[in-house]
Every structure is written in C-alpha cells, then in structure tokens.
Design a binder for this molecule. Structure first.
Ligand code: KIV
Length: 263
C-alpha cells in the first residue's frame, strides 16, 4: 500500500511545489476508485446534500448524514486523507458545539480532519478544535452555507476581506484552506502569502491544489454546472445508455441468457 497521506504530507507538498489533488466523495465504490487513482485527499463535502440527496443547497445536511457518508468513504480508502465537512449549524452556535460535533465526526468515522466555512469569524472555533487535536481545513470565498447571506452563488471579489479571512484561518492553526469562487489573481496572492496549502475551486491555477465536486466533473448531476467545472467524463450519458440497453434486452427476452442463469 502506498504511504498514507496526512496533513504533514500536504505541508511538504506545498514546500516542494507539488500540486495537491482533492475530489469530493460520498460513498464506498467511488472512494475506492478515487483512492486507487492516487487522488491525495477525498472531501466528504456537504455538497452531498445537493448532488446526492437533491436538496437545492447544503443547508439541510445533518451531522448524522455526514457521519454515514464519511464512514462509507473511510471504508473505501487506504491512502488518501479523508476530510469531512461540518454541516450548517453544527459549529456556528458555540465552540462547545463545534468541539462536540467535530469530535463525533472524527470518532465515529475515523476521518483525518474536518472542514468548516468562514474566516475571521471562525478563528476562535478553528483554534479550539486544533487545540484539542482535531485538524481543520478552512474554507473562504464563496461559502455555500452562507448562500442566503451572500445573495446567491456568486464570485467573491473583496480582496481585503478575503486576505484577512485567509490569514485568520492560517493563524488559527488550520492545516489547509479551500478558496472557492475567487478571481485567480486574488487566490494566487493569498496562496503566496500563506504557509499552509490552498486548495482552489473556481479560484484559478495559482492555488497549491484543486478540488472539484465529483458529480459535476463526471456529469452525474445536471441541474446546473458552474463554469469553472471541467467535464472529465460523461457517466450520466453512459448510465442512460446502459439502462436503455438493459431495458431493451429484458423486454425482448434476451437478458438473462444461459450464461447469467443457474442450471
Ligand atoms: O461541500 C463541498 O463539496 C465543498 C467543496 C465545494 C469544496 O465544500
């Protein structure tokens, strides 16, 4: 088995100038495929609520749901670092809550880290989690749990605020920072200013790594596709083709043939 990726590995990758790959994963079969493909980190994102459960945003996702998906991903992963999102309202009310819920996620899944959204306002929360031994990945820019406050899924352009948020997350002891939907120039400047690795999504090529939502890049989710997503395969079309063929064969009495039947 290849050496397991941990938060120290990611720090070393940044120092060596080696780009970090992150993809979201929500279940056992895909976790196996991502891990066998050599993806460095699998994010069990609360995007599960949108691309798997069909909600309009990530707000309804619960800690129990994150634990369910996190456990499945952990079972399918040998090498990649698995990071699990703290869902909406599991860490915003109080630091005690954040410790309790992050602790549950770590304890009940075996994940290597958690991720939470927010910059300056989350500094104390991140510090409190790191102080009790829970590695935290930050997330700034477009923070989907705040979609109602942000007035929609929009590119975030306030350079000063973004830089302050990034520095706050790093100073609090986070091991990495996701930067979402931010102009390339700003994300590059933040990446150069921080010692911790930045992972961009819709944030250009100057970040230390990249993350995409699995179902977007494989075309398994067609309700909308942000312009920053590259489609690497069309598994949606492949699935439909397979189902049409199966349906045709069943209706024509072709499937199951002798080779798929017991004697
Ligand atoms: O939930 C998620 O998938 C995420 C990524 C978009 C970074 O937070």
């Amino acid at each position: 088995m290849a050496q397991k990726v941990n938060i120290t590995t990611l720090a070393e990758m940044k120092r060596a100038g080696e780009k970090i790959t992150m993809v979201t994963g929500y279940d056992y079969p895909f976790a196996r495929l991502l891990d066998e493909s050599g993806i460095d980190t699998i994010l069990v994102g609360d995007s599960v609520g949108v691309v798997v459960a069909g909600y309009k945003d990530t707000l309804p996702v619960t800690v129990d749901e994150m634990i369910y998906h996190g456990r499945a991903v952990i079972r399918g992963t040998d090498r990649a670092l698995v990071i699990i999102d703290l869902p909406f309202m599991s860490y915003q009310i109080s630091i005690e809550d954040a410790k309790l819920q992050a602790g549950r996620i770590m304890k009940e899944t075996g994940a290597g880290a958690v991720k939470l959204e927010g910059g300056v306002t989350m500094k104390e929360t991140i510090r409190a989690l790191v102080d009790i031994g829970i590695p935290v990945c930050g997330h700034i820019g477009l923070t989907p749990q705040a979609v109602n406050q942000l007035g929609g899924f929009k590119v975030q352009r306030e350079k000063e605020r973004l830089m302050q948020d990034a520095i706050a997350v790093a100073e609090a002891g986070a091991f990495a920072l996701v930067i979402e939907c931010v102009p390339s120039e700003i994300a590059t400047e933040i990446s150069q200013a921080l010692d911790i690795p930045t992972i961009g999504i819709g944030a250009g090529n100057g970040c230390d790594g990249q993350v995409l939502v699995l179902h977007d890049m494989l075309s398994l989710f067609d309700r909308f596709r942000p312009s920053f997503v590259k489609q690497y395969a069309n598994l949606g079309e492949e699935t439909k083709k397979a189902m049409l063929e199966y349906s045709r064969e069943v209706k024509a009495g072709i499937f199951p043939g002798d080779e798929h039947s017991f004697k």
